[in-house]
Design a protein around this ligand. Structure first.
Ligand code: UD1
Ligand code: UDP
Length: 360
């Protein structure tokens, strides 16, 4: 049986790694890379760090407005699927690559599975929210990381094919922590001491494309001090356009995006994480590092409920205040599973493909 996995952006690669390893035990996997992310530090470093096999197809879609980018991917993925005729297409998360893979598969009547199904921010202005909803509603297999995700789908009338697997990012982190400790020199290279810095990441469109929000966040990072900031290219572009890059870089250690192993070490030893990333919120929780989320809502509500994450929005004063006062209180639970989500993912796919009378 042949499975086509479709990926294209940084968070897709991290989720693919443990799942690909499991799939290759029982299936032929072909990896289709849309080319949404393409800089070495946004792309290939993840294949190297996480030991992901090289893509079988690279579609070179690149950057662009949503419609053009997603459309380019869709037509190129369709060509590959027509040629390869996989038994199932597997997509991850909520990027434009995810949606393009989902649409291409469902229009060709190829069974579709979605890893990280059921996440909702309930903000339809967020591009990822549209990608999630549409992908979930054309998926045959909806593999949910949390009980909240299962419940979100139930409220939208989706129950068939829905399974709680846990979060494959737990598996990725577990597989890589020891390797990261051995191989990464992320702290020593930058003269950082464990517990001596805060780590920040910012890339959400709602923050980067809104000057007031981006200025609020940048002002807070300046004020907090001793911040390491691996900066997404999108964010760099807007910080430069607003003329705040130079001032910010005098107070904040702005660095290029880092690979997964370096990121794990920077996260693990940070005294505090400030982020608008979905994945980084979870990683902070799993590593037991307090997290301030630079958004007004989160899909990962369990991290907030358990007292390890707090929503600060983009208000400079609130972020600075929380950076001084926020102390996690609650006990952490196994809300994201125990590191067997990728195994369960492969098992559910096998069940679907082996079910009698399945859709041809
Ligand atoms: C995308 C995802 C987002 C995810 C993020 C992870 C969508 C709608 N958004 O956002 O959910 O959290 O990836 O990082 O799919 N760029 C480069 N080099 C690259 C990639 C991008 O310079 O290798 C720059 C380009 O100027 C590009 C901009 O970043 O226009 C945005 O890239 P894009 O892939 O469109 O969206 P992200 O903001 O990365
Ligand atoms: N990440 C990384 N280097 C960075 C920033 C993020 O390795 O410079 C990793 C991070 O640890 C997580 C994943 O990328 O595993 C999350 O991707 P991102 O924040 O880009 O997207 P999101 O999760 O918000 O969709």
């Amino acid at each position: 049986m042949k499975i086509a996995t479709v990926v294209g952006a940084r968070p897709n690669f991290v989720k693919l790694a443990p799942v690909s390893r499991q799939l290759r035990r029982g299936f032929d996997e072909i990896i289709v890379h849309t080319g949404q992310h393409y800089d070495y530090l946004m792309d290939k470093v993840f294949f190297d760090d996480l030991g992901i096999p090289a893509p079988d197809y690279h579609l070179g879609a690149g950057s662009g407005p949503h419609g053009r980018q997603t459309g380019e991917m869709l037509s190129r993925i369709e060509e590959i699927l027509l040629k390869e005729r996989p038994d199932l297409v597997l997509v991850f998360g909520d990027t434009n690559s995810t949606l393009a893979g989902a649409l291409a598969a469902s229009k060709l009547h190829i069974p579709l599975a979605h890893v990280e199904a059921g996440l909702r921010s309930f903000d339809r202005r967020m591009p990822e929210e549209i990608n999630r909803i549409l992908t979930d509603h054309c998926s045959d297999l909806l593999l949910c990381p949390t009980k909240t995700a299962v419940e979100n789908l139930r409220r939208e009338g989706l129950a068939e094919g829905v399974f709680l697997t846990g979060d494959v990012m737990v598996d990725a982190q577990r597989d890589c922590l020891r390797i990261a400790e051995q191989r990464s020199s992320a702290l020593s290279d930058r003269g950082l001491e464990p517990g001596g810095y805060a780590l920040a990441t910012v890339h959400r469109a709602a923050n980067t494309d809104d000057p007031a929000r981006l200025k609020g966040i940048a002002g807070a990072l300046e004020e907090i001090g001793d911040v390491v900031f691996p900066c997404h290219p999108r964010t760099e572009k807007y910080l430069r356009q607003l003329g705040i890059w130079d001032r910010l870089s005098r107070r904040v250690k702005i660095i290029e995006p880092v690979g997964y192993l370096d990121m794990l070490m920077l996260e693990r030893h940070a005294r505090l994480i400030l982020t608008d990333s979905g994945g980084v919120q979870k990683e902070a929780y799993l590593l037991g590092v307090p997290c301030i989320t630079l958004r007004d809502e989160t899909e990962w509500v369990e991290t907030v409920e358990d007292g390890w994450n707090v929503l600060a929005g983009a208000d400079e004063g609130r972020i600075v205040e929380l950076s001084r006062t926020f102390r996690p209180t609650g006990a952490k639970r196994d809300v994201f599973g125990r590191g067997d989500a990728s195994l369960k993912t492969a098992q559910r796919i096998a069940e679907l493909l082996e079910a009698p009378g399945r859709r041809p």
